[in-house]
Design a binder for this molecule. Structure first.
Ligand SMILES: CC(C)(COP(=O)(O)OP(=O)(O)OC[C@H]1O[C@@H](n2cnc3c(N)ncnc32)[C@H](O)[C@@H]1OP(=O)(O)O)[C@@H](O)C(=O)NCCC(=O)NCCS
Length: 137
């Protein structure tokens, strides 16, 4: 597998990240804020986090793998490598929100030890609920 590399705040976002976001979410998040970190795997996928070391907390904003590279372990590797990096920064707890219908992502999270904390009703613009997940690192 291609090496997974972190990009820090202020880094230029590679164009493939924008393209992949557009194709997966029909929306591009845009440039990285000061508190964000992104781990990229070649042009196959990325995991983008909001990170608060002083609080020991982080939030997974987005994880995406290019359709042609799915079910090859890229998503799991991105999650594992980024979680390892977060632990090294002193993060002890991480959260995420995901559409309740997103079976692929939910199966991945649950198989990596994330636990459902509850639901946010009609969280998305189309009215779908979000499932809230938490993991202690
Ligand atoms: C969710 C996503 C990142 C998973 O990436 P991936 O590289 O395909 O995942 P992996 O190959 O590492 O799969 C890890 C595990 O997740 C689960 N999984 C992945 N895709 C799945 C699917 N379509 N259906 C059910 N389980 C799935 C499986 O348990 C899998 O393990 P296995 O292959 O040994 O059975 C990818 O499907 C994706 O980019 N989806 C679109 C973007 C998105 O919805 N992101 C999440 C919200 S931000």
């Amino acid at each position: 597998m291609t090496r997974i590399l972190p990009l820090g705040p202020g880094s230029e976002l590679p164009t493939w990240v924008d393209a992949l976001e557009q194709s997966c979410f029909a929306q591009v998040w845009g440039s990285m804020a000061e508190h964000e970190l992104l781990w990229g795997c070649g042009e196959k996928g990325f995991a983008r986090w909001s990170v608060y070391p002083s609080l020991g907390e982080a939030e997974l904003l987005r994880i995406a793998v290019a359709p042609a590279s799915r079910r090859e372990g890229v998503g799991r590797a991105l999650l594992r490598v980024s979680v390892k990096g977060l632990r090294e920064l002193g993060i002890v707890e991480a959260r995420l929100e995901v559409r309740v219908s997103n079976k692929a992502a939910r199966t991945l999270y649950e198989s990596e030890g994330w636990k459902v904390q509850g639901l946010r009703r009609a969280y998305y613009r189309d009215g779908e609920d979000a499932a809230l997940y938490l993991i202690k690192l």
